[in-house]
Design a protein around this ligand. Structure first.
Ligand SMILES: [Zn+2]
Ligand SMILES: [Zn+2]
Length: 121
């Protein structure tokens, strides 16, 4: 592969636009990545920031989902306990207990997503 500008042997590719780069073309980009120009370096930084913002949103929503799942799990467990004492209908007790288990399981699942994203940063 040859450099598009200098006809020299390419040593890298711009990770943003994919252009072949020789030693002269390589610009020191953010985080030591190979980019062909200031424009590509800036565009890459913007893309990184957008990605980081999306990841932050996912993290926040995973945390919120975990919180609400635990909350619903707690309420369902309370419903099961209440039904056990005040409305001795086996179906109602088992239904509420089942719901609370499902909610708590999804709370654990969302909590794990939030933790994974925390440690990835
Ligand atoms: Zn480029
Ligand atoms: Zn070149």
């Amino acid at each position: 592969m040859k450099c598009a500008v200098h006809k020299a042997e390419a040593i890298a590719v711009c990770i943003y636009c994919g252009r072949a780069l020789c030693a002269e073309c390589v610009q020191p980009g953010a985080a030591q990545r190979m980019v062909c120009s200031e424009n590509c370096a800036a565009a890459l930084t913007r893309a990184d920031q957008a990605m980081a913002a999306i990841l932050r949103k996912i993290l926040q929503s995973a945390r919120a989902s975990a919180f609400y799942s635990y909350l619903c799990g707690g309420l369902s467990a309370g419903g099961a306990a209440g039904a056990w004492f005040y409305l001795p209908v086996p179906f109602l007790v088992w239904f509420c207990a089942g719901c609370s288990l499902v909610f708590i399981a999804s709370g654990i699942w969302f909590g794990r997503i939030a933790r994974n994203q925390d440690s990835a940063r």
